[in-house]
Design a binder for this molecule. Structure first.
Ligand code: FE2
Length: 362
């Protein structure tokens, strides 16, 4: 069967936030993004204000409502600040939408054409888990800044802190809903199951979760889906679901080619990461074999290492970036490995559980 939903890559992730002006400062000063485009009152747009933030190939769109009845305000009231839209660039937005809805996806935004002197911009969106939208963006006939209505701010020529692109975007769904959403991506969007981690793989004494990693045909789009599993305490996934008031996006992994440099810079800029106990680094080399990076430096920064048959990877996780314990970021450097750091799950979850205890949620 021919591919019915070809995808070029991630286009952007749209955040709904309470104050996009301040969020733009946070991602600029904390994470090295630059504001490349803007739409709002000053550009003649009266409903919302949106800031396009770029670094490497990664694009974040930060949007806020300018009135309480706007649906972004409603979303922020319920979920807090977070990612609301996963936008994928496709060669044909109309056909992606038609194919997905014909297979049973619920339409959210019917195919829409916007035109200005820079060309034609087409988009459409379907509903996914929680209140997340999957947006299909077709920009092959559009030469303007981001999308019609947006004005250029700064040219994206900085390398920031070395974050190159989006590696994967992870969703948390309710207990028992993981299989349904894995099937959704398979049936509506032609994704394949890359790997399944059951709750035995991902369990500590206190909490557990299960995860299915769904991937598009090109392998560029990886969307793991987690569900909570029962343990002695509250699963970190359940904590997320409670505070997010339902399913949503748990973390975004951003890739770098030099994690030591990137994480050193992020720490200097004030980004807070999960604390990893020094015991993790004892006998690390006997667990993961020879790696190019000095282990003392990894230990100092709290970077985790995992190896599979294809190579190894380095990763680190930030603290949640809002007051609610919901969305956080991962920084990842792949040195051959195409895994997700499954060898680190236990160490990582123990670190998360310490944080949960600190929040009174375990
Ligand atoms: Fe991840």
């Amino acid at each position: 069967m021919s591919e019915f939903c070809p995808i070029t890559g991630f286009d952007h992730l749209e955040f709904y936030v309470g104050n996009a002006k301040q969020a733009a400062q946070f991602y600029a000063q904390g994470f090295g993004f630059i504001n490349t485009a803007y739409r709002g009152l000053e550009t003649g747009y009266r409903k919302t204000a949106s800031y396009v933030m770029e670094q490497g190939e990664t694009r974040l769109l930060l949007s806020t409502a300018l009135s309480p009845e706007n649906m972004i305000a409603q979303s922020v009231l319920k979920h807090g600040d977070g990612i609301a839209v996963i936008a994928l660039e496709v060669p044909d937005a109309v056909s992606a939408y038609r194919e997905a809805t014909r297979r049973g996806a619920r339409g959210a935004i019917p195919p829409t054409e916007e035109r200005d002197e820079q060309g034609l911009f087409r988009s459409a969106a379907i509903h996914a888990y929680g209140e997340i939208l999957i947006k299909f963006v077709e920009r092959k006939n559009y030469q303007g800044v981001f999308a019609p209505g947006f004005q250029l701010r700064e040219k994206a020529n900085n390398q920031g802190v070395g974050l190159t692109h989006i590696d994967h975007v992870v969703g948390n769904v309710e207990l028992g809903a993981m299989d349904k959403w894995a099937e959704f991506f398979a049936e509506m969007m032609d994704f394949k199951l890359l790997v399944h981690f059951d709750e035995q793989t991902i369990a500590t004494e206190y909490s557990a979760l299960a995860s299915k990693v769904m991937q598009d045909r090109t392998g560029k789009i990886k969307l793991p889906i987690n569900e909570p599993a029962t343990g002695k305490g509250k699963s970190q996934i359940q904590e997320y679901l409670d505070y997010n008031c339902g399913a949503g996006i748990q973390h975004v992994a951003l890739a770098t080619n030099n994690i030591i440099q990137t994480v050193s810079q992020l720490k200097d800029l004030g980004v807070e990461f999960l604390d990893i106990p020094l015991t993790y680094y004892e006998n690390l080399e006997s667990r993961v074999g020879k790696i190019n990076e000095p282990i003392a430096q990894l230990a100092e920064l709290g970077i985790l290492v995992d190896r599979d048959r294809d190579g190894y990877l380095l990763q680190i996780f930030t603290q949640p970036v809002e007051d609610r314990p919901t969305l956080f970021f991962e920084v990842i450097q792949r040195c051959g490995s195409q895994g997700f750091g499954e060898g680190n799950f236990k160490a990582l979850f123990k670190a998360i559980e310490r944080e949960q205890i600190g929040r009174g949620n375990l």
